[in-house]
Write a protein that binds this ligand. Structure first.
Ligand code: COA
Length: 260
């Protein structure tokens, strides 16, 4: 399917979705949010896709935020609607049921940081610059930033980043758990590809179980979370992949997972 603001490309079971507005540092306007929603729905439906990489075009930015030229004119009612649309996209990504890796080569600010936090893994170049600068516009994060950063990095760092609105470098982001890995700029694609390859070769139903159990477990009491884990664990025993994984181990060979 053709997009105006995105590129989508497959390498084996890995789909890379690239936000393609480099002249605007890939800022998220309404059209981009709509197309990302369609692109993630398509990735969910396509059984051949096992992993998604989310990237921003150009050297400078993953995404430099929600499109400020659009925000500037909104009424409060429209702003609430826009916040809900952005939040819904982030939730769709988070609950995709397939791992999503954010590739962050430069700025991930505001809606860009929120988008990255909705992904399951974040790999950054050492040049990455990350933050929630909405306060500098007289705003607060509106695409889930106050809630996901709180869950990811805790209250002290969330208060600091949202109240002060400064950007942090890749090493600080790594220390907060906002980035999972930091590599030299010229090694970013290699690192993202290595992680994506590993996930693409893993058992998809088990990956989905891990994603679901961890997401659900973060939001409920431990006994409910443990119930959830036991159910997802049991589901794996209905898969060919679990038989293959355990058999391959016992036969001292590498498993081949079919996704069934
Ligand atoms: N929304 C809309 N347009 C944006 C944007 C955003 N969030 N971020 C960058 N752009 C546009 C700029 O307006 C500029 O467009 P123009 O060339 O048509 O004037 C273009 O992208 C390049 O940005 P520029 O500011 O010239 O680059 P820079 O290297 O000097 O600065 C940033 C980079 C990221 C520091 C700066 O663009 C910035 O502060 N962006 C906004 C970040 C933000 O507040 N995000 C949260 C939004 S809620």
């Amino acid at each position: 399917m053709g997009y105006r603001t995105l590129l989508a490309e497959d390498r084996g079971a890995i789909r890379t979705i690239t936000i393609n507005r480099p002249d605007k540092l890939n800022a998220l306007n309404r059209e981009t949010i709509g197309e990302l929603t369609l692109a993630f729905d398509a990735a969910r439906r396509d059984e051949a896709v096992r992993v998604v990489v989310l990237a921003g075009a150009g050297e400078k930015a993953f995404v430099a935020g929600a499109d400020i030229s659009e925000l500037a004119t909104l009424s409060p009612i429209e702003a609430r609607e826009r916040s809900r649309e952005g939040q819904a996209l982030m939730r769709r990504i988070e609950t995709l049921g397939k791992p999503v890796i954010a590739r962050i080569q430069g700025y991930a600010l505001g809606g860009g940081m929120e988008l990255a936090m909705a992904c399951h893994l974040r790999v950054g170049s050492e040049k990455a610059k990350i933050g929630q600068p909405e306060i500098n516009l007289g705003l607060i994060p509106g695409f889930g930033g106050t809630q996901r950063l709180l869950r990811l990095a805790g209250r002290p760092a969330t208060l600091e980043l949202c109240l002060l609105g400064h950007t942090i470098d890749a090493q600080r982001a790594l220390s907060l758990g906002v980035l999972n890995r930091v590599v030299a700029a010229d090694k970013l694609d290699e690192e993202v590809a290595a992680i994506a390859d590993q996930l693409a070769a893993s058992a998809p139903i088990a990956l989905a179980g891990i994603l679901d159990a961890i997401l659900a477990g973060g939001e409920c009491a431990i006994d409910q979370g443990l119930d959830y884990e036991a159910q997802a664990f049991a589901t794996c025993f209905a898969t060919e992949d679990m038989r293959e994984g355990t058999k391959a181990f016992l036969e001292r060979r590498k498993p081949t997972f079919s996704g069934r």
